[in-house]
Design a protein. Structure first.
Length: 165
């Protein structure tokens, strides 16, 4: 979450479709791919506030009573959105999606886990996923190699192909 909150508009390379993570794990830099649609959405979001420093700016304390609009507060805020704000947004999103208490384990890290799992299921190499996640070794990335229906179906297809050879 800290890495995402630290993203500045200048960290996005729209031509190459990557976001540069400047202060990643262990202070390392890396690039994470984005889709053209995500690039479009991030640009639209930034245009809604045009904060000169942050892609995800905070509002600052007391903005509601300051006589400014949300857009003005986001534009003027000198710091990024807080982790507490992200947790609140996730809680609201879960409620709006109709997710019940049984989904209490849905966290920000669940989104990271889902990204890694989908990338691996899509055929991205473990080394590449490790690089996207900022892992220095493959060991922490191996957690995402759990069995899923997609991976089992891929294994069945590979076995059938091998059997026909």
């Amino acid at each position: 979450m800290s890495e995402a909150l630290a993203i500045q508009p200048r960290h996005i390379d729209g031509r190459r479709l990557v976001i540069r993570i400047v202060q990643g794990k262990g202070g390392a830099q890396r690039e994470v791919p984005i889709t053209p649609d995500l690039l479009r959405r991030l640009r639209l979001f930034w245009k809604s506030h045009r904060n000169p420093r942050w892609l995800f700016p905070g509002t600052g304390r007391g903005w509601k009573n300051s006589g400014t609009t949300l857009r003005q507060a986001l534009h003027r805020c000198p710091h990024a959105m807080t982790k507490a704000s992200v947790w609140s947004a996730l809680k609201i999103a879960k409620a709006e999606c109709g997710l019940s208490r049984t989904h209490d384990k849905l966290t920000i890290h669940t989104l990271r886990h889902s990204f890694a799992t989908h990338m691996l299921e899509g055929g991205t190499s473990v080394r590449q996923v490790a690089a996207y996640l900022g892992h220095r070794s493959l060991k922490p990335t191996m957690v995402y190699l759990h069995l899923t229906e997609v991976s089992e179906q891929q294994a069945r297809t590979a076995l059938e192909t091998l059997a026909r050879s």
